[in-house]
Design a protein around this ligand. Structure first.
Ligand SMILES: [Zn+2]
Length: 479
């Protein structure tokens, strides 16, 4: 294989350069589109996203959600209705000010998120307590003029995502539903073999939210990435948008709301967490091709081709299979190429396999080889794909857990953030000043929030100011 065709950077030596090389070469995205922060998704990249979002949509449907579609354009007057919301997004909005030869009467925003578009309509749909809960979602694009350095699939100006919204009669119902969403999102991360922790965030809430639980994963360079957010909106938007319902006793009340988002960062995490020096390693659940059949030509080629086709026919109904009968490239070239593309299983077929009615199966994640008889192949491939999926998650989880630490004082905290990164548990008084100083002094260590579901209480002193602490928090260098 010519050098420029394979991955040349080492993941362990320079993660960032490796990441950029792999996403380009392994058909994840092409970032050469002439508009900064806008990506072209290629086969592998879009497949990961679509498989993950498809899995999420099935879970949402099973939990009473309805899929909807709302227009991408939002009139300025709507976007401005909720104060904190517009304050949070005003520097990031793309505006449409002209249509054809005419200036727009009212400028319209390309949605940075869809609360304001949806809630204007939900106000018309919600009448009585019998309409609650109402749960809707859409899988779509939003646009944000990111002013920070853009990074493909991590910080883009067009986000591909799924946003879900729920309306409830009481605040307690929202909290209960947030737990449900944590369970749903957890399943999606596991489907992609991405380990996460959920954090009740204390700094940098979604604009307009009263509470946010966010999922974080850890990248191989030790930085942490927010992977999805579960927001409690209280009654902020329902009051701004006048979304009311008639209670059983005949009185009117504003609804309580939650909104939830998960994006293309799933793709970034799959690439970053599982890839190796040869390229992508795809979890079978999200691989566009789960197994590739590669013939080893030499002798008896007619029969090899015939047998390859029979294997293909036996598998294609149940699995996503590619059959590569081309003769221009050697088997060795193909092995490297499909390894770079991350295809979970390679099926090798040569003269030996034809004669014994078997195939040789090679796992991408650990290169283990198996021999399977033709008749048993569907079941054996199924088992191998399942065990790859499980093994990849276990391996990622064990790496993840190695990067969870604790620090009692600033010296330890600095040292851990410098040497291995990840998420560091420590204690904080709750003052924003301390968070700001800590971030500046530790070169980016951010107090994210309280580990979700952890029962232990703060009982020591703030890692920065030594005053009595209020929270046990996770600190990490975020992307
Ligand atoms: Zn403090």
């Amino acid at each position: 294989m010519a050098e420029e065709e394979g991955v040349t950077k080492k993941k362990s030596e320079n993660f960032s350069e490796w990441y950029h090389e792999v996403i380009q070469k392994a058909d994840i995205i092409d970032q050469r589109y002439p508009l900064q922060g806008f990506l072209v998704y290629k086969g592998n990249g879009l497949a990961i996203l679509e498989k993950a979002i498809g899995f999420l949509e099935d879970l949402l449907n099973a939990n009473g959600y309805t899929k909807c579609y709302f227009p991408p354009l939002i009139p300025e007057s709507l976007l401005k209705k909720e104060e904190a919301h517009i304050r949070g997004f005003q520097d990031e909005v793309f505006w449409v000010t002209r249509a054809g030869q005419n200036e727009m009467g009212e400028k319209v925003a390309l949605r940075p998120t869809s609360e304001t578009a949806m809630y204007e309509m939900l106000k018309l749909w919600i009448r009585s307590h019998r309409d609650l809960p109402t749960k809707i979602y859409q899988s779509t694009s939003v646009w944000r003029y990111e002013t920070k350095h853009t990074r493909p699939l991590i910080r883009d100006r067009e986000l591909l995502w799924n946003e879900a919204h729920s309306l409830h009669a009481t605040l307690k119902d929202v909290s209960k539903h947030m737990k449900e969403m944590i369970r749903i999102y957890s399943k999606v991360y596991e489907f992609c073999a991405i380990p996460v922790v959920f954090i009740d965030v204390k700094t940098g809430l979604f604009a307009g939210a009263v509470q946010a639980i966010e999922a974080y994963t850890i990248f191989p360079d030790g930085k942490v990435l927010e992977m999805g957010s579960i927001n409690n909106l209280g009654q902020r938007f329902s009051k701004a948008f006048d979304i009311k319902f008639v209670k059983e006793d005949g009185t009117q009340q504003y609804v309580y709301q939650g909104c939830y988002g998960i994006s293309e960062r799933l793709v970034a995490a799959v690439v970053a967490i599982h890839g190796d020096d040869k390229g992508l390693v795809l979890p079978p659940n999200v691989a566009s091709v789960q197994a590739v059949i590669v013939p080893i030509f030499g002798e008896d080629d007619e029969n090899i081709i015939k047998y390859c086709k029979a294997v293909y026919r036996k598998l294609r109904k149940k699995f996503r299979i590619k059959l590569d009968l081309s003769r221009e490239k050697t088997p060795g070239w193909k092995f490297n190429h499909y390894e770079m593309l991350g295809i979970p299983v390679r099926i090798e077929i040569g003269k030996k396999e034809v004669e014994s009615k078997t195939v040789t199966l090679v796992r991408r994640n650990d290169r283990e080889e198996f021999l399977s008889h033709f008749e048993k192949l569907p079941r054996e491939l199924d088992n191998i794909l399942k065990s790859i999926q499980t093994d990849m998650y276990k391996k990622a989880l064990s790496e993840f857990q190695k990067r969870l630490s604790e620090a009692k004082n600033m010296d330890d905290l600095r040292k851990i953030l410098n040497e291995k990164g990840g998420l560091v548990k420590t204690e904080w008084c709750g003052k924003q000043d301390c968070a700001d100083n800590l971030k500046a002094e530790s070169k980016g260590g951010e107090i994210i929030g309280v580990p979700y579901g952890v029962k232990e209480k703060a009982n020591s002193s703030c890692v920065w100011c030594n005053d009595k602490s209020r929270y046990i928090v996770y600190v990490g260098n975020t992307y």
